[in-house]
Design a protein around this ligand. Sequence first.
Ligand code: FMN
Length: 265
Amino acid sequence: MTNFDLPTLLRAHRSIRAFKPADVPPAMLDSLLQAAILGSSSSGNLNTYAVIETRDVGRKTELFRLHGEQEMILQAPVMLTFCAEARRTRDWLARHEARDNFNNFHGFLVAAFDAMILAQSMALACEAQGLGICYLGTTLNAAPKIAHFLELPPGTLPVTSLVLGWPDESPEPRDRLPLAAYLHRERYQRAGPAEIDDLYAQRDQRGLQRYQSLSADARQRWAEHGITSLAQFYTSELKYSPVAMQGISRELLALLEQHDFMNNG
Ligand SMILES: Cc1cc2nc3c(=O)[nH]c(=O)nc-3n(C[C@H](O)[C@H](O)[C@H](O)COP(=O)(O)O)c2cc1C
């Protein structure tokens, strides 16, 4: 066993977006995924997830395209797409003349949570071995096309992806808010405006510096969009625009319908 304790590993986490060309041997990956599966709780122990491994350069290039051309996908030797997977469970039910189920929105949520828990276990298993990982939220943005490309059947949908490989960068840790922002003792206490300012003070300042130091080009784009704060950047056309998020939401709901997850009675 490597010499680390889990809190130390967690504190050392950084998303990695630059990778060396060295391979991650398939046997190593299998062993890490096996450990992640053993180490992940799952609703009813039904393990309603599937993982699609992509190594083939041509197929990775297609995923690169679908994921908004994030360069790290081309660099990383492996990409894993974690899917909410009720298909296999439902086929097993059918084999035993059991009633069909998990073909509803609740079934999707449970399967999606199972898949996310597994993804995070895998992320930690990788980091414990010195590998670097980065999640890809674009899995949801392009879920219909990714589902088609990966030939996912009804009852199976992509929820997140990890790129992984040997790190070729050592980024600074990213900010988190103070613990008080996240932890509520006994009952939720909504922060007032002054507390919000306090909780976000460091993030506002460092985030602004971080994004503005990127390049003159980035600064110019901020100016063009009239962005003067980190908060405005987050919901601008440059990051999470409301119109884009609404469009993705509608597509996801339609996809749930097509993939037989919306039999809600
Ligand atoms: C669900 C999820 C989706 C993410 N999607 C992306 C992505 O598409 N591209 C990217 O560069 N980083 C992505 N990230 C990484 C986050 O930007 C990163 O975790 C965050 O900025 C905090 O940095 P850290 O992981 O280094 O602490 C994602 C993270 C999560 C959890």
